[in-house]
Design a binder for this molecule. Structure first.
Ligand code: HEM
Length: 101
């Protein structure tokens, strides 16, 4: 499944593995966000700490991904209340993903 228009996390994150697993990873990200948003999706990927361990992801990189997500949601006219609800689900994941300031 292609990334939603405007959701260009690849620009602000490290390149993904260029192997057959890449589409699984994308699907996992979609399922994770979908289930966090209360959608009818089941996330079957690894936990966030294991997945991102050793990637040395910074606060700025995490913020860039959230920024891209907000841009994509806004481009689809998602109301700000729902955007805030989704960010409230994703925000607490920061402690498992970010490894340094
Ligand atoms: C709220 C923020 C984030 C969420 C919800 C999230 C979620 C995910 C999910 C669900 C996966 C797939 C796990 C799997 O397939 O088992 C993944 C993989 C990955 N994420 Fe994140 N992520 C976030 C932030 C970031 C950031 C900020 C970066 C880098 C700047 C990043 C880099 C990666 C990379 C490179 C992979 C691929 C790992 C692999 O192929 O082994 N993520 N992420």
């Amino acid at each position: 499944m292609p990334a939603p228009r405007g959701f260009d996390s690849g620009r602000s994150c490290r390149p993904n593995q260029q192997d057959g697993a890449e589409s699984d990873r994308k699907q996992h990200l979609v399922d994770q966000v979908c289930s966090g948003a209360g959608g009818l999706c089941i996330y079957k990927g690894r936990d966030m700490k294991t997945t991102h361990a050793g990637m040395k992801i910074s606060e700025a990189e995490f913020g860039a991904l959230i920024g891209d997500l907000v841009k994509a949601l806004t481009s689809f006219n998602a109301p700000s209340r729902e955007q805030q609800e989704l960010l409230a689900v994703l925000g607490p994941m920061k402690k498992d993903i970010v490894e340094y300031p």
